[in-house]
Design a protein around this ligand. Structure first.
Ligand SMILES: [Zn+2]
Length: 111
């Protein structure tokens, strides 16, 4: 879900209440139907406490024509298969468990 500013017509992810350019409240939201793309990524082999774990690939996902981006886990079997600009789509929770928040996204996977 992206928010859309009625003044400057820019769209932003994650959705936010105020436009960072115009400081006007953004009431419009639109669903992101197009796949996102990998803007940047890293593979980590340790968890938050420093224990060996993973590998887990974390990526900054961006969307064409949308400002900002989402940092999320990439669900790939081979970390080496990730490339910059690779198209990805979200893996969502079961429809009944979704709240419309960013937490509805479990991970991203190759499109
Ligand atoms: Zn604006």
């Amino acid at each position: 879900m992206a928010s859309e500013c009625s003044k400057c017509k820019n769209s932003y992810v994650p959705a936010r209440m105020f436009c960072p350019s115009c400081f006007v409240e953004m009431k419009g939201t639109r669903a992101l139907e197009e796949p996102g793309y990998v803007y940047s990524y890293t593979t980590v082999n340790r968890n938050r406490t420093g224990e060996p774990n993973g590998p887990v690939t974390i990526a900054l996902i961006r969307f064409e024509g949308v400002k900002g981006g989402i940092v999320h886990r990439l669900d790939v079997s081979e970390p080496g298969s990730v490339t910059f600009g690779m198209k990805v789509v979200p893996i969502l929770k079961e429809a009944a468990e979704r709240t419309g928040a960013l937490t509805d996204i479990l991970a991203f996977k190759p499109a």
